[in-house]
Design a protein around this ligand. Structure first.
Ligand code: PEP
Ligand code: MN
Length: 338
């Protein structure tokens, strides 16, 4: 249930409603817009039956919400979420590029990638340090050492960073080095980890689970925001289907669907979605046209030598071609490339 206050509702009116909710054992989450305040009611709203909340002073209307997620629900906030990470604004009229290697492998690799990307105008550097690999015998990432290297590269080239955490242990380490924390597809259902990252003050890049429905994905975002961390970016990265020509199937419809159900920014990762470098640029073009807020792309200085995901990594030169091809579409979508 969502309680919409009247434009003229006073602070006292709002507090009165919140007090009532607390009295009935419910939680209240406030969204204070320029004109109206919206109160998200969390808990068993059956206790509100016959309580006539709509008659309280300052209350405009009650909107029942059938979805189990509230705070990420567009009904809770009809304004798209826009926020800044350092001086980089996400969402709104911005189109943001995140790029970098699948894994941080060495000082030379991450510095050279950061240099090329910053010359291409990219502000957000990605690189995995705690890698969730399918086989335990595959490269598992450099851990803290890798994050230190990426932090150094980002500082030198005036970029900010994002990397995945796979456990609370990794989170404790990673928080010191990162500007954005990624929850990967495999951990989208790890609810304890979602709660933990929700308690940090870092923005969270939340990838869609391998076989997660959109509602499950939005509920995962709800876990984070419920802990008072409202800076969540959703990322569609392909889902499992019967099709085997690509690593996953990019669910392009997820972009408009999520945008209609939620106010959160939505990115697309055409690298993990396809697993094949030739398909990355066409999928990137489609993602921009579907009106996503940004892309995450894997870029490696020498993909043939990459320790992970080389087959889906673009060289810096190929990445420049991606930028060239999406630029006119970004403009048609009335966004600014960042
Ligand atoms: C990644 O971005 O490094 C990654 C492992 O992606 P995903 O979680 O989408 O598979
Ligand atoms: Mn990867």
């Amino acid at each position: 249930m969502i309680i919409v206050m009247k434009p003229k509702a006073t602070q006292e009116n709002i507090e009165h409603v919140v007090e009532k909710l607390h009295k009935y054992g419910l939680e209240a989450h406030l969204s204070q817009g320029k004109l109206v305040t919206i109160i998200g009611v969390i808990g068993d709203k059956a206790v509100l039956a016959n309580k006539n909340m709509e008659l309280l002073p300052g209350v405009d209307k009650l909107i029942p919400v059938t979805e189990t997620y509230k705070l990420v629900n567009r009904k809770f906030s009809d304004q798209n979420t826009v926020f800044k990470i350092k001086d980089i604004e996400i969402g709104g009229g911005n189109f943001t590029l995140i790029a970098g290697p699948c894994s941080i492998e060495s000082e030379e690799q991450i510095f050279s990638t950061a240099k090329s990307l910053s010359e291409a105008g990219v502000k957000i550097l990605r690189g995995g340090a705690f890698k969730p690999r399918t086989s335990p015998y595959s490269f598992q990432g450099l851990g803290e050492e890798g994050l230190k290297l990426m932090e150094g590269a980002a500082k030198q080239f005036n970029m900010i960073t994002v990397s995945e955490v796979t456990s609370v242990y990794a989170l404790d380490i990673a928080e010191k080095y990162l500007d954005i924390i990624q929850i990967g597809a495999r951990n989208m259902h790890n609810y304890e980890l979602l709660k933990e990252v929700g308690r940090t003050h870092k923005p969270i890049f939340l990838k869609r689970g391998l076989s997660a429905t959109i509602d499950e994905w939005l509920n995962a975002a709800e876990y984070i925001i419920r802990e008072n961390n409202s800076k969540v970016i959703l990322c569609e990265r392909g889902i499992r289907t019967f099709e085997t020509s690509t690593r996953n199937t990019l669910d392009i419809s997820a972009v408009p669907v999520v945008k209609s159900k939620s106010h959160l920014p939505v990115f697309v990762d055409p690298s993990h979605a396809s697993g094949v470098k030739e398909y990355i640029i066409p999928l990137a073009r489609a993602a921009v046209a579907a009106d996503c807020d940004g892309l995450m792309v894997e870029v490696h200085p020498d993909p043939d030598q990459a320790l992970s995901d080389g087959a889906q990594s673009l060289t810096p030169v190929e990445f420049m071609e991606l930028i060239k091809q999406i630029k006119p579409i970004v403009e048609i979508m009335r966004r600014k490339l960042r």
